[in-house]
Write a protein that binds this ligand. Structure first.
Ligand SMILES: Cc1ncc(COP(=O)(O)O)c(C=O)c1O
Length: 385
């Protein structure tokens, strides 16, 4: 028997994951990495589950692109209110991860290439392999703020490039794409996939920041797919609903929609109850996302205060749910492993292709745990330098 190359997995646990599992078994580990909003003590209204339960009573009448009322609710609330975006240009699926697979299948054949930011979301690698397409990374560089390295974009572009991925704000750098960067990407002449799942969580103002790619590129001669979902926008990852908004000239959008319709119809993965209940779910989740926004801001201040005057640098963060710390570079030390010995779980930057001595922290961490973890972290670094 031979199994497919696209389903290949590295069997066995990687050494870092094995050490984390061992530390977890010992107990007393302060986890500073959790980005699951349902596990960090945020308030959720009981009316959410009741709304979903009522919606489950509606008869089943599947719509491949999603129910009109839900598509309209997304279009009305899209951050930045893109001109020309209405229900006819929004499609639904079960998550933004699933949306990526539909879009990769729509845009690329086996062996074709997609431009993708680095550092960024590690799931891209697996999604691309499942879809049989290749990722060509371009760099984000840091000089006190994150910038898209346009030379590396040009170098990554080739005859098999079929689309360019952008993540704004990016995970884990928390950087938004600027208007100038977005315009430069649009000039490549390939469709843009703009991941905007964290767009409703800006952490500071910026004059240069691009709004949704759907708004910025509304009149450009380029096909744009912007991704969002309940998972982040409403802090409801377990309700499973993602969406894609489209913009571009009708001659590009219409055939893309027709093919997406077939692809979505083949799976019909977006559950009807969550679609029926969507306007209510968006309203009822507002207290949760307000508490989440306050948590993100407070935690960022706590981290900045803990790092001030220490050898640990908090990198600039504009939005999203994570932040990056740069620690003293002391090879061959892997700081995330040293910190495990102090009972603190962080994510090593290499998981995201970041340079050595970077750590990724979740800004969702419950505040008492964050304070204690940061104390241990800064103490451990001061002992070593
Ligand atoms: C940048 C980015 N895009 C997409 C997703 C996936 O979201 P969903 O739960 O809608 O699949 C994540 C999950 O963390 C993410 O970080």
């Amino acid at each position: 028997m031979s199994l497919s190359e696209r389903s290949r997995v590295e069997l066995g646990v990687n050494p870092w994951a094995a050490r984390v599992a061992e530390a977890q078994r010992r107990g007393d580990l302060l986890d500073l990495t959790c980005t699951n909003p349902t596990q960090v003590g945020l308030p959720y209204s009981p009316a959410l589950a009741a709304a979903l339960g009522r919606a489950a009573e509606a008869p089943y009448s599947p719509e491949p692109l999603g129910l009109e009322l839900a598509r309209a609710a997304i279009a009305e609330r899209w951050p930045g209110r893109p001109r020309g975006l209405d229900a006819s240009r929004v499609v639904l699926c079960s998550s933004s991860s699933e949306a990526y697979l539909h879009l990769f299948h729509l845009l690329a054949d086996s062996g074709d290439e997609l431009l993708c930011p680095s550092p960024s979301y590690p799931l891209f690698e697996h999604l691309a392999r499942l879809a049989g397409v290749r990722l060509r990374p371009y760099r984000l560089e840091y000089d006190g703020a994150w910038h898209l390295d346009l030379d590396s974009v040009r170098a990554a572009c080739g005859p098999r490039t079929r689309a360019a991925l952008l993540v704004s704000p990016n995970n884990p750098t928390g950087s938004f794409t600027t208007r100038a960067e977005l315009a430069a990407m649009a000039r490549l002449g390939v469709p843009i996939l703009s991941d905007e799942v964290f767009a409703s969580y800006p952490l500071r103002a910026s004059r240069l920041r691009a709004e949704s790619a759907l708004a910025e590129l509304a009149s450009a001669d380029v096909l744009v797919f912007a991704l969002g979902g309940l998972s982040k926008q409403a802090a409801l990852p377990h309700y499973k609903l993602g969406w894609v908004g489209l913009s571009g000239p009708a001659r590009l959008v219409e055939p893309a929609l027709a093919r997406l319709e077939l692809s979505l119809d083949t799976l019909l993965a977006a559950a009807p109850p969550v679609q029926h209940a969507l306007p209510e779910l968006l309203r009822l989740s507002e207290p949760t996302t307000a508490a989440l926004r306050a948590r993100l801001h407070d935690n960022l201040q706590t981290i900045a205060a803990a790092c001030a005057g220490s050898p640990v640098t908090l990198l600039d963060v504009e939005g999203g749910w994570s932040c990056l710390l740069r620690l003293p570079y002391l090879p061959p030390r892997d700081w995330s492993l040293s910190l495990l010995e102090q009972g603190v779980l962080t994510q090593p930057g290499w998981l995201y292709e970041l340079p050595p001595a970077h750590l990724v922290l979740s800004l969702l961490t419950p505040p008492p745990r964050l304070r204690e973890g940061l104390e241990r972290l800064v103490r451990a670094v001061l002992r070593e330098v």
